[in-house]
Design a protein around this ligand. Structure first.
Ligand SMILES: NC(=O)c1ccc[n+]([C@@H]2O[C@H](COP(=O)([O-])OP(=O)(O)OC[C@H]3O[C@@H](n4cnc5c(N)ncnc54)[C@H](O)[C@@H]3O)[C@@H](O)[C@H]2O)c1
Length: 463
C-alpha cells in the first residue's frame, strides 16, 4: 500500500516509520524544510527511543521517504494520513487550522479513490467538515475520508504503535474501511484488536479516552492533597484501589499535574465541544481548573518552606520535559511552576537530560546545567519535576552536601520518605508525610510495603 503522511512530528514520523516497518511504502511530508532535510540525512529531529534505528532500516529498505512537497509526495498515494498539530485556541477550543490547511493542500493532488485518514486528534464532526473542504477544492473528485485516532505515548511511541492494545478507525464509507483494514492487517495478524466504527464514534473515542485518563490523574492528585492533610500516604492508597480490576493501577501516580502535548489541550477541547453542543462536561471543566491551579499550589508549597529566604533563593529544577523519555515540553508543569518561583524572586538553575534546548526557547533567565549535581550545587532548594530514571539513582547525600539550603521537593515521588532519615534534608513529596530536617527520624513512619510503594511510584506518568 502506498501511504503518505502529512506532518512528520511525534505522531506523523512515528506512524510513518512504523507503517513502513509493517511493509507499506511511506512518504512523510512536512512543511518545515529544515526538518525534512534533517530527516533525509537520517537524523531524527525528536527524542523518541528506538525511532532512529527503525527509521534507518526502513530508509535502507527503500520503504520510507521524506519530502517537503505535497504534490511530489501525495499524488499517487492510496491513503493520505493527516498527522499535523491540533493546538488550543485562546478560549480552549481546538485550533483546526493546520488540519484544514493540510486538507486543502492534498485536495489539489490526490488521485481518485484515495482515502484521506485523519490521525490528528480532532473534535467530533471534523472529518465531515474536511470532506466539504476537499470537495470545495476538487468538486469532481471521488475520494473517501476516515478517522484513525492515535493512542501512542511519547517515550514508548514505537512499541505503542507496533504493539498497541487496540487500533480504532471509523468511517461511514466502506471503501475507506476496506483500505484501513488492509493497512492494519499485519497488526491484526499478530492478534491486535482492530475496531471498526463510525466516523463520529472514532473521533469521540479519542477524546473520551484522554479525558478519562486525565480524570484518573486529577483524582489521585486530589486524594494526595487529602493525604497530606490527614497523614495518609497516597502511594499506599493508590496501590490499594488499583488492585481493584474495575479501577486498575495505571495512571494513579500522584504528581505535579498532567501536562504534555495531549491531555491539557484535549481536555480543553472536549469541554469546549460539550459547551458548544449543549452537553456540558462538568467533570472535565472542574478537572481542568484543578490541574491549572496545581502548579501554583506546588510552587507556593516550596516558597512557604523557604519562608523569608524565598526572595533571592536559588532553586534547582530537575526535569523540564512533561514526562520522562521525551524532549517534549508542551504544557509541561515546569513551564507553569518555574515562572511562579521567579515571580517570588527565586533564581532558577535547571537540568533535563533531553529537554533543555526546547525549554530554552520558552523559559527566560534560567541557568542550564550539565547534570543534576551541578544544578543542585549552592542551591537553597531542589525540585524534581520529571521522573527521569537517572534521577532515581542520584547520590542524595552528595546533593545534600553541596547545597546551600536543605529543601528537597520531590514532586514525582522518586524516593521514599524513609530514604531520607539519614540525610540532612527537609523532604516534601506528593501525598506523603513531610520529613522535617530537624526531626526526620521521628516523623517518618515506615511504609507498610516498600515493594508496593516503589511499584506505585513507577507506574504510569501524566501524558
Ligand atoms: N504527541 C503525542 O504524544 C500524540 C499522541 C496521540 C495523538 N496526538 C495528536 O497527533 C497530532 C499531531 O501531534 P504531534 O505531537 O505529532 O505534533 P507535532 O507538532 O510534533 O507535529 C506536527 C508536524 O506537522 C507539520 N505540519 C503542520 N502543518 C503541515 C502541513 N500543512 N503540511 C505539512 N506539514 C505540516 C509541522 O511542521 C510539524 O512538524 C495532534 O493532533 C495530537 O493531538 C499526539
Amino acid at each position: 500500500m502506498k501511504i503518505t503522511i502529512i506532518g512528520a512530528g511525534y505522531v506523523g514520523l512515528t506512524s510513518g516509520t512504523c507503517l513502513a516497518e509493517l511493509g507499506h511504502h511511506v512518504t512523510c511530508i512536512d512543511m518545515n524544510e529544515d526538518r525534512v532535510a534533517r530527516l533525509r540525512a537520517g537524523e531524527v529531529p525528536i527524542y523518541e527511543p528506538g525511532l532512529q534505528e527503525l527509521m534507518a532500516s526502513n530508509i535502507q529498505a527503500g520503504r520510507l521517504l521524506f519530502s517537503a512537497d505535497t504534490v511530489d509526495g501525495a499524488a499517487d498515494a492510496d491513503a493520505v494520513f493527516i498527522a499535523v498539530g491540533t493546538p488550543s485556541l485562546a478560549d480552549g477550543d481546538i485550533d483546526l487550522s493546520f488540519v484544514q490547511d493540510a486538507a486543502r493542500g492534498i485536495a489539489r493532488v490526490i488521485k481518485p479513490n484515495c482515502v484521506v485518514v485523519v490521525k490528528s486528534t480532532v473534535v467530533v464532526g471534523t472529518c465531515k467538515a474536511l470532506r466539504e473542504i476537499i470537495a470545495e477544492e476538487r468538486g469532481a473528485l471521488d475520494f473517501s475520508i476516515a478517522s484513525n485516532p492515535e493512542f501512542l505515548r511519547e517515550g514508548t511511541a514505537v512499541r505503542d504503535f507496533l504493539e498497541p492494545e487496540r487500533v480504532v478507525f471509523g468511517s461511514d464509507d466502506p471503501r475507506a474501511c476496506a483500505v484501513l483494514e488492509q493497512i492494519y492487517q499485519p497488526l491484526a495478524d499478530r492478534g491486535v484488536t482492530v475496531m471498526r466504527t463510525s466516523n463520529a464514534n472514532a473521533e469521540l473515542i479519542k477524546y473520551s479516552a484522554n479525558a478519562f485518563l486525565a480524570l484518573k490523574i486529577g483524582f489521585i492528585n486530589d486524594v494526595a492533597n487529602l493525604c497530606e492533610q490527614v497523614g495518609g500516604d497516597v502511594s499506599a492508597v493508590a496501590a490499594g484501589i488499583g488492585l481493584d480490576t474495575r479501577i486498575g493501577s495505571a495512571f494513579l501516580s500522584a504528581g505535579p499535574g498532567f501536562g504534555g502535548s495531549c491531555f491539557p489541550k484535549d481536555t480543553r477541547a472536549f469541554a469546549a465541544t460539550g459547551r458548544k453542543h449543549d452537553a456540558p462536561q462538568g467533570l472535565i471543566e472542574t478537572l481542568i481548573e484543578g490541574n491549572e491551579a496545581r502548579s501554583r499550589m506546588l510552587a507556593e508549597r516550596v516558597l512557604r518552606e523557604l519562608g523569608s529566604k524565598a526572595n533571592g533563593a536559588t532553586i534547582a529544577v530537575l526535569g523540564l520535559a512533561f514526562k520522562a523519555n521525551t524532549d517534549d515540553i508542551r504544557d509541561s508543569p515546569s513551564l507553569a511552576i518555574i515562572p511562579w518561583l521567579q515571580k517570588a524572586g527565586c533564581r532558577i538553575k535547571a537540568h533535563d537530560p533531553k529537554a533543555m534546548t526546547e525549554a530554552a526557547k520558552q523559559l527566560d533567565d534560567i541557568t542550564f546545567c550539565d547534570n543534576a549535581y551541578d544544578a543542585a550545587r549552592d542551591a537553597d532548594g531542589v525540585i524534581v519535576l520529571t521522573e527521569w530514571d537517572e534521577y532515581r539513582h542520584l547520590d542524595l547525600a552528595k546533593i545534600a552536601g553541596t547545597m546551600r539550603g536543605a529543601l528537597l521537593a520531590d514532586y514525582r515521588n522518586l524516593w521514599l520518605p524513609s530514604d531520607m532519615t539519614d540525610l540532612d534534608l527537609t523532604y516534601l513529596s506528593i501525598g506523603r508525610p513531610t520529613v522535617s530536617r530537624a526531626s526526620a527520624a521521628v516523623q517518618v513512619a515506615k511504609p507498610a510495603s516498600r515493594t508496593v510503594e516503589r511499584a506505585m511510584t513507577a507506574t504510569s506518568s501524566a501524558g
